[in-house]
Design a protein around this ligand. Sequence first.
Ligand code: NAI
Length: 491
Amino acid sequence: MVIKKICCIGAGYVGGPTCSVIALKCPDITVTVVDKSKERIAQWNSEKLPIYEPGLDEVVRQCRGINLFFSTNIATAIKEADLIFISVNTPTKTFGNGKGRAADLKYVESAARIIADVATGHKIVVEKSTVPVRAAESIMNVLRANQRSGVSYQILSNPEFLSEGTAIDNLLNADRVLIGGEDTNEGNAAVEELCWVYEHWIPRINIITTNTWSSELSKLAANAFLAQRISSINSLSAVCEATGANVSEVAMAVGRDSRIGPKFLQASVGFGGSCFQKDILNLVYICECLNLPEVAAYWQQVIDINEYQKSRFSAKIIESLFNTVTDKQIAILGFAFKKDTGDTRESPAIHVAKTLLDEGAKLHIYDPKVVIFNISCYYFNVENCQILEDLTHPYITDEPENVKDSITIHSNAYSATSGTHAIVVCTEWDEFTALDFQKIYKNMIKPAYVFDGRMILNHEELAKIGFVVHTIGKRMSRTGINRSWGTPYRV
Ligand code: NAI
């Protein structure tokens, strides 16, 4: 079979960019991305895409209407496709068995059921969503239990390793593409079909094929390893603050060992995003179910250190501001979970903002992209609602009106910081490093504080201007007397 038509169920952060790049690199294949959300599909068909991702607009502009289509007509796209990606969300379960840890596979299951209902002929069904090990078996059970005559399936696992903010580059120049399949003639043939799609632009040597379960587990393992590096350096940042060591210097020295490498050793307020926490919790849950409590406890610690880091940073802000932030004006710079994305899912900024709000602070929030790129904002013409939505969510507060009264959303960093007691940097946006801090200082209440949760600012310059500066993983000499930053270490 030669693949001529691809359907992708789920037009999110993964389905949209991945299929746009496939369309760009495979002009001989027609790619249709479908979603149950009319709003999302309308945005993919508009000038203002539903997600911000550097380079994405250009790719979509080149292919949309030619061999790339966005549609809500899920049944037709499935019927016509030779290969179907399932790229729906797999959030952590919020109720029932495995609540707070297991992956909720209800969207994957519903996608499988739609396929079973409408598919005709032979289909290759590809798990692109991140799923627990052996999820392919569950998908196959749904498909086989509802199989009609003349219909056949092969299920592949093809987890996505893109990183938000660099998705297009990651997709174009993938370190590796991983494809898992059944070790049978039919399974191997399906793997070869998918390899052929990627080989349009990825060298064959970078396409790894494994059995299905290895492929599923490798995705969870990769995210667990990445998050583990962040938690490792963040745990050491606490030691640095207590001893006078500098975490950037430690990371540089450690990372020069070629066995360790320099990437992903940047200390910060903590990791966020929709994947790391969810996937590690899922791994922990799987280990517990497999009666491997020691392994579960090992990976759980990566999450625990992340929580500790977020709490530690928030607590230090309060302690440094004379142990009270009630009615203090505090600017939050950055709300996305990292730079170059408008995604706020599990952003550490939410944790920091919530802690400060609980203590009675008035927040002035600015993020360069969260403001603009938001589905509800675009549709209902309500500005800045993602931040408000996040901070008034029932998980965060039971007093949403009070929270709204305590938050002002700003369209630039200068208005956000004007008249405030402190600035808290929560996202490492490049534009924050180019701000005129002399001007900002003049308009702030004194003493003016900066809390750099991303270690991106020039702390010495800020201190020269007059700011009291606190950052993760190093003691500032001007503020070295601040006893609230941990028990001083004595030799
Ligand atoms: P998302 O939430 O942005 O998008 C999922 C989309 O699927 C939504 O638009 C939703 O309306 C749609 N959907 C759900 N059920 C559907 C159904 N039955 N029929 C049609 N549409 C349906 O999720 P995102 O971030 O794209 O993640 C998708 C998967 O990829 C998840 O398993 C995630 O863990 C994984 N992943 C995410 C990465 C990321 O950076 N966001 C990176 C690598 C993997």
